[in-house]
Design a protein around this ligand. Structure first.
Ligand code: PRT
Ligand code: MG
Length: 226
């Protein structure tokens, strides 16, 4: 009688879209090909050419949760997502590698014509709409600026246009979304990129399987030196 007690394959949590696209070259550098594209197949569990590695496709902001609870052994998430997650789960994840992918910046933006510098100088209490309340809270606290934070889940750009907020804290990449909505970035908060995150228990119990992936990702994501 067969008693198959092999552990499940290593499971990596990814979001579709830019993180999935920018992770493919890193997987390839580790000699791993992906069997299908989640945009087309709609599958949430994706096999790879490595029988011991599968991908699961989750919302970007859910990646830390899957990894922390061990439903995934590793995953890839933006620094923005990791900061918000860490506020309620300090130290829950091992974050060994900055992958230098899905880069953008977290910034304060206002409606064109709103004098942000003057408002800050006058000590005005600002209404700030954002999905990134933890990062925003820390930023304004460090500046000594009083803010009322309004939590939104998307389309932050709308808030200053309809009088919900004086300012937003959002991710900016090309700046096209701000421009299209008559907004302007007035302050950079921090550069953002995605990191590899690893479940703390898996790091010990599955170290031998994880290490080659960590090493390949580390090599492939190292910034090129001139
Ligand atoms: O979209 P969904 O609600 O499912 O989740 P998500 O927005 O968290 O996921 P996704 O896949 O859009 O983003 C995943 C990660 O990519 C984020 O957590 C960031 O770390 C990173 N990233 C890099 C970005 C951007 N660039 C980016 N430009 N995430 C979002 N944007 C958005 C931004 O919020 C704004 O609405 O794109 C718009 C601005 O882009 P530009 O080019 O017009 O400036
Ligand atoms: Mg998005």
């Amino acid at each position: 009688m067969s008693t198959d007690v092999r552990p499940r394959p290593l499971t990596m949590a990814l979001s579709k879209g830019r993180i999935f696209e920018e992770t493919l070259p890193l997987l390839e550098a580790a000699g791993i090909q992906v069997s299908e594209n989640p945009e087309q197949s709609r599958k949430l569990i994706i096999e790879t050419s490595d029988p011991n590695l599968r991908l699961i496709i989750v919302r970007a902001s859910d990646v830390p949760t899957y990894v922390e609870y061990g439903a995934a052994d590793l995953g890839i998430a933006g620094k923005d997502v990791l900061i918000e997650h860490a506020a309620n789960h300090p130290g829950g994840l091992y974050q060994p590698i900055d992958l230098n992918i899905a880069k953008c910046r977290l910034a304060v933006a206002v409606k064109n014509g709103f004098d942000y510098a003057a408002a800050v100088k006058q000590g005005a209490r600002l209404r700030v709409a954002t999905k990134y309340t933890e990062a925003a809270r820390a930023h304004f606290a460090a500046k000594g600026v009083y803010v009322d934070l309004i939590k939104l889940y998307g389309s932050m750009e709308l808030a200053p246009l309809v009088g919900l907020a004086d300012a937003i804290v959002d991710l900016v990449s090309t700046g096209n979304t701000l421009k299209a909505n008559n907004l302007v970035a007035v302050e950079d908060i921090m550069p953002i990129s995605s990191r590899l995150v690893v479940n703390r228990a898996a790091l010990k119990t599955r170290q031998a399987e994880l290490q080659p992936i960590l090493d390949a990702f580390e090599r492939a994501s190292r910034p090129a030196v001139a």
